[in-house]
Design a protein around this ligand. Structure first.
Ligand SMILES: NC(=O)c1ccc[n+]([C@@H]2O[C@H](COP(=O)([O-])OP(=O)(O)OC[C@H]3O[C@@H](n4cnc5c(N)ncnc54)[C@H](O)[C@@H]3O)[C@@H](O)[C@H]2O)c1
Length: 251
């Protein structure tokens, strides 16, 4: 794939899955704009990729407008990857409402705000690619300890489907990217709420069965090329979705 002449915006792009996607787009000649809340990570991403970077908290309308203006200075935006995300979970009754709010503000409203900033122009030009980073936890979740995270990723799946149907008339591709556990800072920095308050998951054993960011990027590139709505990293996704849907209980 060659993205020559195309501008790609990636939120949460200064680390992990977003950074690897940014690198892949860049190496395929896209003009990449990386947005992230973390300035330190942005600086090292700017150095590594020689890409435009914008400090942007996806919860802020003002920051998103700054991002839109910076991206539009490179040219019309062709690819938007709404990827910024945070995680929290734990014992349902112990998770504060403020934590639910934080997850929905970043994961759901942040993606909505990002897409809204670029969609009118894509509609006008009748072209574009929108990638919403969801999760396997937003496809077939049977983990009892990740309610806010899974809820936000299921919400994104619903949004992505509606957007895909809406955007077909404008020849805009929409993708729901569903990584499974991937080796980034993310799985270890999730906040878990228990009987005695909260802790980050780096303090517990979360196993070793991880994909790499390149696994995710390779699946993403293939999914874009084939205009495949659901880009899932889980093996036998179709069968798993069918059996999950057929089962009357989540257990
Ligand atoms: N790593 C996994 O196991 C995994 C699995 C499934 C889905 N995902 C999803 O992939 C996406 C990227 O995760 P990752 O693994 O690359 O994590 P990461 O922590 O490596 O990167 C996430 C980036 O998002 C940025 N960010 C956080 N809050 C932000 C905000 N309010 N505004 C702008 N930027 C913000 C962080 O600074 C960070 O650079 C997330 O949406 C996550 O839910 C990750």
């Amino acid at each position: 794939m060659d993205f020559s002449g195309k501008v790609a915006v990636i939120t949460g792009g200064a680390d992990g899955i977003g950074l690897d996607a940014a690198e892949a787009f860049k190496s395929r000649n896209a003009d990449v704009v990386i947005a992230d809340i973390n300035e330190e990570k942005l600086n090292s991403a700017a150095e590594r990729l020689k890409a435009t970077t914008v400090r942007c908290d996806v919860r802020s309308d003002k920051d998103i407008l700054t991002l839109r203006d910076a991206a539009n200075r490179q040219g019309p935006v062709d690819i938007v990857m709404a990827n910024a995300g945070v995680a929290a979970g734990g014992r349902f009754e112990k998770i504060p409402m403020s934590e639910w709010q934080r997850l929905f503000d970043v994961n759901v409203m942040g993606a909505t705000r990002t897409i809204n900033a670029f969609l009118p122009d894509m509609i006008e030009r009748q072209s574009g690619i929108i990638i919403i980073t969801g999760s396997s936890a937003g496809l077939f979740n049977n983990n009892g300890m990740n309610a806010p995270y899974a809820s936000s990723k299921y919400a994104l799946q619903g949004m992505a489907k509606a957007l895909a149907v809406y955007c077909r008339q404008y020849s805009i591709q929409v993708h729901y990217l569903a990584p499974r556990m991937t080796d980034t800072a993310f799985p270890r920095s999730s906040v878990a709420w228990g009987r005695k308050g909260s802790h980050v998951t780096s303090e517990v054993d979360i196993g070793t069965d991880f994909d790499t960011v390149s696994d995710v990027t390779n699946a993403l590139l293939e999914g874009i090329e084939n205009n495949q709505f659901l880009i899932s990293l889980t093996k036998n996704t179709e069968e798993q979705l069918t059996s999950f849907a057929q089962s009357q209980s989540p257990f």
